[in-house]
Structures are given as structure tokens and as C-alpha cells.
Design a protein around this ligand. Sequence first.
Ligand code: ATP
Ligand code: MG
Length: 256
Amino acid sequence: MGAAAATRDPVFIRVRDLRKQIGEQRILRGVTMEIARGSGVAIIGGSGAGKSVFLKLVMGLIPATSGSIVVDGTEITGLSERQMGPHRRKMGLLFQDGALFDSLTVEENVGFPLVEAGWKDREKVRAKVDETLAAVELSGHKHKLPSDLSGGMRKRAALARAIITDPQGVLYDEPTSGLDPVVADSIYHLIRRTQRMRGITSVVVTHDMKSLPVVADQVVYMREGVVYFAGSPADLLASRDPVVRQFVEGRSGETS
Ligand SMILES: Nc1ncnc2c1ncn2[C@@H]1O[C@H](COP(=O)(O)OP(=O)(O)OP(=O)(O)O)[C@@H](O)[C@H]1O
Ligand SMILES: [Mg+2]
């Protein structure tokens, strides 16, 4: 092992006292967490808890109000737009709504990040797109438009687009919302395989408790702008904290 590898930080994402305020609203109120290199982490929490905002901060798409986000040894808060480029290329983000370009084919959508990264050789782009589509089991659909795909296929195409640049980390924002349970399960396994086979650190925002044992080594429960609980999926299920229990069991606390 070379010196660089020997000193590589086993923590890939290190967040300390991260705060984000938009207008009067304090969305994140001091989030602290560590995400191990090559691991799978699930982020759970109620609607509006700040999960999507957190992913956008880690991706460097919006500025933090205060606090620290170190990714792969680089502090990203306070980087200029130009300095942010290398950081963003290390990361893939699967947006909550999938966000494929409607007028581009699957092939063009999935190849888009390569073209953006300056790949000029069309043959190389095509080969990489083919390889990535095969990995998500979409070979044979590359000439279709997003509107001609099923919901699950659209998610897989978006996933292919998020991983095509061989990022070190991928952030998935509710990758299975709107899918039937069987297709959702296959997406979770695809995420886990991607993480294990490519050594990618994966951060998955999910509302689906069934996904946790599949995708997550660690689960982080965000509540009221802070990390309320962090532990393994088994720790979460064994927790006796009434707030955690209520969330895990999906009870609203209402009576009708
Ligand atoms: N650009 C913005 N301007 C103003 N408020 C925003 C903005 N982005 C997010 N918010 C607010 O921040 C809070 C957290 O939003 P966020 O999208 O992170 O929630 P979430 O945890 O992802 O919820 P869900 O599970 O429903 O996706 C919400 O109250 C939202 O209205
Ligand atoms: Mg969200």
C-alpha cells in the first residue's frame, strides 16, 4: 500500500454542526455525522425534516449557513463555484423526482454527465453508456424516451446517469418513491450491489423501513433539524425510544 492509500481517511463524509437557514426557517440546526468510506447509509425522517436539503448541501449545490462538510478530505463549505467542480465530479446525485431530460433518449440522458465532463470521443461515450445500462439492466431500451419507460425503468435510468462517471459517493433521494414493492426491492439491491462492487459510498434517503437491512450499514434518523438517532438497522428496530418507535412503526399519533 502506498503512503497516500495508507493515510486515506476511512471517513468519506464528515459533517459537523451543519446549519442551514432559509429565510426565517432554521431547516438544519446542527447536524453532525460521519459516513465511512465504501459504506451504505440510510437517512430517514419525516417529510420536511431537511433530508433533501442535507443531500444538496453535501453535493455542494446550495451553501451552508454554518458548520463543516468534509468530503474525501476536502472542506467543501466556502468553496467557490469553480473549486466545487472537482468535488461534484466525485459525487453522483439521484434527485428525488428522477429528473431525466424528457426530450433526450435514455442513451443521451445517461451519457450526459460524460459529455458535460468533457468526453469528446463518441465511441468511448457509447461504450461507457452501454456498460452502465447493462449494470442497471436497461440494455435494449437505450433509444426510448423517458415517457416510454415504466416508473421503475426511469429510476434505473436516473441511477445509471448518477453512477456513470464512476463517482466515489452517490446520494440517492428516495430512489423508489412511487414504485411497487417488488420493483422497489430490486432497486435497493441494485444500490447495494453498486455500493459493494464499485466500493461506492452510498447515502440513501428513504421512507421505506423495508429497505434498511438491504441498503444500510448505518441508519441516521433526522428530526427537527438534528440527528436524533444513528445506529445499525438492528439497533433502530431494537430502540425503545418512544419517538423512534413511533416513526419506525409509522404511527401518526392521531386518532380519528
Ligand atoms: N429553496 C428553498 N426555499 C425555501 N424553503 C426551502 C427550500 N428548500 C427546502 N425548503 C424547506 O426546508 C424544509 C425541508 O425540506 P426538504 O426538502 O429537505 O425536506 P425532506 O426531509 O426532504 O422532506 P420529504 O421527505 O417530504 O422529501 C421544508 O420546510 C422546505 O419547505
Ligand atoms: Mg425530500
